[in-house]
Design a protein around this ligand. Sequence first.
Ligand code: ZN
Ligand code: ZN
Length: 178
Amino acid sequence: MNYLILDIPEGPASAFNATFSESPESLGFFENELHVTSNVDGKFSLWREREILMFSGDFSTTVNLQCCRCLVLVEQPLHNAMELRCFPTSDPLVDLSPTGEVFPDDTVYSYLGDSVNLKPIIREQVVLSVPPYIYCRPDCKGLCVKCGQDLNIDLCACFTIQTDPRFEKLESLKRRLG
Ligand SMILES: [Zn+2]
Ligand SMILES: [Zn+2]
């Protein structure tokens, strides 16, 4: 997904349109970081406003994420639109526009030299689209904080004590007396 800057047409009317289907490996995803379980498929339009690249598209894929309550793995579909700009820079570490009026954010990228590689950009967009909290189901009961039992499967002994406030009071009374 490398494009020569001068090959990219000027103006949205003459934008270059393409589809892509990249394997997780080709985008540099490895299981221990973010487990992407299917190809990242999408489409985009690419054009230039002088030396600024305009990138408009979307992607979809699936990732394996842990339920934030019970830690079970959940296959989560991801789908996101991308409206990005890419500024030229002489320094690969600096993400500011040449005029300084645009500050770097999730939608501003830079390219170095006479070509741009879209893979790292798409990779980052996939990472950014991962929701912070995932539930295996809306009413997931989670794990027992004491013994780690998955409460979706079965209740544990500590759970029955915890749920009865009278026992809880008795327990703390016993602890104080003991
Ligand atoms: Zn869960
Ligand atoms: Zn327990």
